[in-house]
Write a protein that binds this ligand. Sequence first.
Ligand code: HEC
Length: 143
Amino acid sequence: MRALVALVLLSACASCAERPRYGASMAQVGHYFELTGRALQGGRLELARWTVHELSETFDDDVAHARPPGRADTAELNKQDAAFRAGALNALVAASTRNDPAALTAAFAAAATSCNACHAAVGFSFLEVSGRPGDAVPTTLPP
Ligand code: HEC
């Protein structure tokens, strides 16, 4: 029995250490979002389709399993995550499959608003994502 408890504790700790940091997963999200904007700016629709796909995969494979930052309210974070995936992310993926740069640009701007909604809801309002294609993510422009 004691061995079993030790084993359970050990494996719990091991999976704990393996979980990626939330910030590391978000850095990846930021990279793909910025690249999507730059691809849109350059009229490179096929590249934008791929970066949106990678962005969506990052949410499914990495963000979903990441260790939430200590200062964030986890229940609020999960609520925002579910809303983002079902709403803006879904719409962005759908727009990326159509051959319509204007629709994709609109979905990109709407997604940025939703990125910011989560950042603000969990205490990271200074991490501002611009909805203008080509801008750095997060923005470092003067407020
Ligand atoms: C469900 C909430 C949520 C959503 C949705 C969200 N973020 Fe974040 N993001 C966070 C949190 C929380 C942090 C801070 C992570 C930390 O400090 O560990 C963060 C951090 C970041 C960072 C800084 C990463 C670093 O450490 O360099 C970037 C860039 C970023 N987010 C971009 C985005 C973009 C772009 C989107 C939308 C496509 C987005 N985020 C959507 C919660 C969210």
